[in-house]
Design a protein around this ligand. Structure first.
Ligand SMILES: [Fe+2]
Length: 305
């Protein structure tokens, strides 16, 4: 194998670190197949040691599927660069949250799947830092496949055929499930405010709470606390009881992996399986990340209105 892979952490159960991969080898059919299989098997790959540039990021991303354009984000417009989404935090703009202890953070995001508020969810993405803060800014990952395995049998049975309604919501403090106690949104970034003013563009959608990973048939707990409204067709109290229970089992940070970024890292995840979060940075610092969007459709999402 023209690269080395090793577990990110003992007993984590998902995720590998890939080193020793040369940029020229990304084009080799055997290597592409091995990397694709590793992604499906492990859910998360940290690539270290590749050339630190957007062209390599895009070429690597295309191993796992064709590029897609993100429906929300502004993209820059220089040839292939339009295949990248810019994710900025600058002190003068960007969401700011205040935690219960008074600490203020920028670039903080709760646990979520990308694009779960759309009927078609991208299969993945590769994230690469452009400007890193002096401290903080980790990205957390939890595996929905392992989370399903640790559910009690009675909960597995209860949720088997249920669907969850999602809708875009930029209020980081207003989550229905998985809310961080005491967290307040002090400033919403301008781009998100504009989307909130035009929510008619994003009608509610539904996704199954459990589905089978298409490539392997393994069951995935398919729940994004951020953007979720409740269980389709169920009264609110019953829906809240079940989804609070699901959230408690899913968001177990002892079973999460928090990636501490080094310059040049590229992190690929399976967005049909791994929920992720951003731990935030001091508000006087900057963070700039670029992300590809890997197209796909598991075919189980639908608009509900
Ligand atoms: Fe995300």
């Amino acid at each position: 194998m023209p690269f080395t892979s090793q577990p990110l952490r003992d007993a984590l159960g998902f995720g590998v670190l890939v080193t020793g991969l040369a940029a020229r080898d990304i084009a080799l059919p055997d290597v592409r197949q091995q990397l694709h299989d590793l992604w499906i098997d492990c859910g998360l790959i940290v690539f270290r040691g590749l050339p630190d540039d957007p062209d390599t990021q895009i070429a690597l991303s295309e191993v796992f599927g064709r590029p897609d354009v993100h429906p929300l984000k502004q993209t820059t417009n220089q040839g292939d660069i339009q295949k990248l989404v810019d994710i900025f935090f600058r002190p003068e703009r960007g969401d700011i949250v205040k935690l219960a202890d008074g600490q203020r953070l920028g670039a903080w995001l709760p646990w979520h799947f990308d694009l779960v508020y759309m009927d078609r969810i991208n299969h993945g993405g590769i994230l690469r830092p452009v400007t890193l803060p002096e401290s903080g800014g980790d990205t957390g990952f939890i595996d929905g496949l392992a989370a399903y395995q640790r559910l009690p049998d009675r909960l597995k049975e209860e949720i088997e055929d249920l669907h969850v309604i999602y809708r875009f919501d930029g209020d980081l403090a207003g989550l229905h499930f998985g809310r961080t106690p005491g967290l307040v949104l002090e400033r919403m970034n301008v781009g998100t405010s504009e989307i909130m003013d035009r929510l008619d563009r994003f009608p509610a959608v539904s996704h199954p709470l459990v589905f089978n990973q298409p490539e392997t048939g393994r069951k995935v707990l398919n729940f994004s606390p951020w953007f979720s409204l409740g269980i389709e067709g169920m009264d609110q109290q019953e829906s809240a009881r079940i989804l609070e229970d699901v959230t408690r089992h899913l968001i177990d940070e002892n079973r999460a992996y928090f990636h501490r970024w080094l310059p040049g890292d590229m992190v690929l995840w399976d967005n049909w399986r791994m929920i992720h979060c951003a731990t935030g940075i001091p508000i006087d610092q900057q963070r700039h990340m670029q992300r590809t969007t890997i197209a796909g459709d598991y075919g189980l999402g639908r608009k509900v209105q």
